[in-house]
Design a protein around this ligand. Structure first.
Ligand code: NDP
Ligand code: GDR
Length: 371
């Protein structure tokens, strides 16, 4: 029998990679997508199947994490073997602007999924993966962070995810359901949302190298993150649900890198060497040398400045995870590292920006959002 999975957040970065992964494994994949006034399926268009063909194995449904009746009906219809709850308002900074909505979608949304499975009597059949996050650790209590490190969330997003974490544990303990938290550290890719810092950097690097933009602005350059490639991490989501026993798992590389260093690594990919000068809000980056004849910028040109508008009211300064448990018990070995990630993102963004350059040269107006 083919296994059936339901992915909430199927149109997001992880939803797209996980769909590809599960389809390759022979699953029938159902995805929950939000209604939007424009198409919002860019990341999964290559997987799309015409609704008129029979025996589709990739099926999309309209839905929303804030709508219980919709979630109950879909889970009843689909009768999934596995649910991957990836849907969330996932931007930490934006969660300070929309705290109530974030609590509803990210926190109560998780309860809605768990309770739908319980109410429908699917507790013995359906395994649930909850997309938990290293943001739970927030203000540093201990490094590296493990499954036993105390939580200290620092944003409405992290607080909502903390509710989701504990309600998942509670339903497992109270009702014997197979429900797990994957406490994933930052994972990125060429299809990462454009307003997360890594993608913002690789897009800006590509545009500056191609002469489409002069400079860009970031917030806290000192923040350190344990970054890896999203492709590696969706494999772990699946492995977590195949374990004999439902448990909670940290997935991380064990290495941490400041935002500033990520900027340096991205510019390295186009042969541009940077020099950082100044401190705090005065810090700036300048071109020190150009080693690639295709990307020649004026030496001394300022390409990056700090804009305090990107600072968060409360920041998470240092994340570094210890994934020993997943390595020892699930046999997880990461296949890609930060260098692979930066290379992959830069190659992809350079191609995208070359397309923009072509259009701009043809007289089309290309908008670039500085978010
Ligand atoms: P994205 O922001 O790329 O994707 C989020 C998905 O959730 C999108 O499909 C989005 O839909 C959907 N969504 C948002 N709100 C709702 C709602 N109310 N109802 C239904 N769907 C909704 O996130 P990622 O793919 O990066 O992350 C996946 C999950 O993992 C998230 O829960 C995130 O919080 C968590 N996480 C991510 C980490 C990372 O580093 N990437 C690390 C740890 C945890 P739309 O496309 O319409 O906006
Ligand atoms: P994060 O990712 O908050 O870790 O959450 P993000 O890329 O937004 O920020 C990482 C760090 O970079 C600093 N930073 C900036 N961030 C953004 N977005 N824009 C900037 O201009 C900028 N300048 C500096 C931030 O202050 C922060 O310290 C991501 C999301 O995917 C969450 O959903 C997920 O749970 C966590 O990762 C793990």
């Amino acid at each position: 029998m083919k296994k059936v999975a339901l992915i909430t957040g199927v149109t997001g970065q992880d939803g797209a990679y996980l769909s590809e992964f599960l389809l390759k494994k022979g699953y029938t994949v159902h995805g929950l997508k939000r209604r939007s006034s424009l198409f919002n399926t860019d990341r999964i268009d290559h997987l799309y199947q015409d609704p008129h063909i029979e025996n589709r194995n990739f099926i999309l449904h309209y839905g929303d994490m804030t709508d219980s009746t919709n979630l109950i009906r879909l889970i009843q219809e689909i009768q999934p073997d596995e649910i991957y709850n990836l849907a969330a308002m996932s931007h930490v900074h934006v969660s300070f602007e929309v705290p109530e909505y974030t609590a509803n979608a990210d926190g109560i949304g998780t309860l809605r999924i768990l309770d739908a499975v319980r109410m429908l009597g699917l507790g013995d059949k359906t395994r649930i993966y909850q997309a938990s996050t290293s943001e739970l650790y927030g203000k540093v209590q201990e490094v590296p962070q493990t499954e036993n490190t105390p939580f200290y969330p620092r944003s409405p997003y992290a607080v909502a995810k903390m509710y989701a974490y504990w309600i998942t544990v509670n339903y497992r303990e109270a009702y014997g359901m197979y429900a797990c938290n994957g406490i994933l550290f930052n994972h990125e890719s060429p299809i990462r949302g454009e307003t997360f810092v890594t993608r913002k950097i690789t897009r800006a690097t590509s545009r500056i190298a191609l002469g489409l933009q002069d400079k860009f602005y970031l917030g806290n350059l000192d923040a350190q993150r344990d970054w890896d490639h999203a492709k590696d991490y969706v494999r772990m989501m699946w492995m977590i649900l195949q374990a004999d026993k439902a448990e909670d798992w940290v997935i991380a590389t064990g290495k941490t890198t400041p935002v500033r260093e990520f900027v340096r690594m991205s510019f390295d990919q186009v042969g541009i060497e940077l020099e950082f000068k100044g401190e705090g809000v005065e810090e700036k980056a300048y071109v020190k040398a150009c080693h690639n004849k295709d990307y020649q910028l004026e030496i001394g040109k300022e390409i990056l400045a700090v804009d305090p508008k990107y600072f968060r009211p409360t920041e998470v300064e240092l994340l570094i995870g210890d994934a020993s448990k997943a390595k020892n018990k699930l046999g997880w070995v990461p296949e890609l590292d930060l260098q692979d990630l930066v290379k992959d993102m830069m190659e992809s963004d350079l191609k995208l920006m070359q397309k923009d350059q072509y259009l701009q040269n043809g007289g089309y107006r290309i908008l670039n959002y500085f978010e």
